[in-house]
Design a protein around this ligand. Sequence first.
Ligand SMILES: [Zn+2]
Length: 235
Amino acid sequence: MFATGDGTWAAVDPGEAHPVRQFLSVQEATLSHILLTHHHHDHIGGVAELRAHYPAMVVGAEKDQSRLPPLDLPVNDGQRIDLGGCQGQAIDVPGHTVGHVVYLVDDVLFAGDTLFRFGCGRLFEGTPEKMWDSLQKLRRLPDDTRLCAAHEYTLVNLQFACSLEPNNQALQNLLKQIFQQTDMELPTMPSPLAEEKQYNPFLRADDIQFAKNIGLSGYSAEHVFTSIRKKRNSF
Ligand SMILES: [Zn+2]
């Protein structure tokens, strides 16, 4: 959820309607937009009920609209979205699914199941090459962009990153910090994109030192990416 700046709220990927309705009722506010990143049920399950209760505009990828709930605003790569009090932009990032989009709203990146903190989504439909392209697109966003992914897979992702580079002391320090946060049941996002660029193994597939550290010196970025994505599937 985020405040649009004009007194209304927007929901991103409402898998369930109930928590959104409860939140809005406490705020005594209405829902003006629903932004959908992709068609998986845990991202769209609440849309029909929310539409029945609020005058919310549903936004999603035009190229995937046959699998999404009815869209009021189908969007394409780079399209600007007027959210009332703020501006958003859709970015096409195929890989997890072929029609996956993410949304940049002011400085917050709603990354769905494409980019997680220290990780990336599984490749259900796209090729590793497509996902690597998509992740490079997100890596080009400003360092101070704040990452808001759809799932809190932070701890296991970071444990995986540490398993790849057991001698990386910075990763070990981050792991301590994330253990503390998750022990206290605190959210680990939003977090700065700069940190992802530095520590997320899936954004470092073209980093020569990283390839060397994981025994893949001299291989292409696509090969390194494919190899670590495979390893993560069985971690
Ligand atoms: Zn998904």
